[in-house]
Design a binder for this molecule. Structure first.
Ligand code: ZN
Length: 150
């Protein structure tokens, strides 16, 4: 498969075109801004945490299809999860996406996020796919902050 086939799968195209949970969350308890200067991606994450669980999450920003789709898909899998579950999921996602292309991976536990597994063949794109997640974790850890991935 070439890069276009691998990266621009239907779900990615759909979320890029019609991002879910796009906009600001007025009563956010956590938020952070993330930049990926390599590609020009800029994403802002708004998170509302109640009783240790994600009650709501939204994002806004501009960027390439991968970064936007990743943020959009991320917001659809977080609701109801505890912060530990969120960090756990990010770790699994990160492990798959930064693994070597010939390394066997278990994408089953990733659910929808498995659509990004092909990104690992294109290291430059890994930052696009993980920007929203890094920004989310930054929001959880530090509350209000600005993050730049290098
Ligand atoms: Zn990008």
């Amino acid at each position: 498969m070439d890069e276009v086939d691998l990266l621009y799968q239907e779900m990615i195209l759909d979320h890029n075109k019609n991002p879910r949970n796009f906009g600001e969350l007025e009563d956010a308890t956590h938020k952070a801004v993330g930049h990926n200067p390599l590609c020009g991606d800029h994403i802002e994450i708004f998170l509302k945490v109640k009783d240790g669980k994600v009650e709501d999450v939204k994002f806004k920003g501009v960027g390439c299809a991968i970064s936007k789709a990743s943020a959009s898909i991320m917001t659809t899998v977080l609701k109801g999860k505890t912060l530990d579950e969120v960090k756990n999921l990010f770790e699994k996602f990160h492990n798959v996406i930064t693994s070597k292309p010939d390394e066997p991976v278990n994408t089953e536990e990733l659910g929808k996020l498995a659509v990004f597994a092909g990104v690992r063949e294109f290291p430059v794109r890994v930052k696009c796919a993980t920007l929203a997640w890094h920004t989310l974790i930054e929001a959880i850890e530090k509350k209000d902050s600005v993050l730049t991935v290098e």
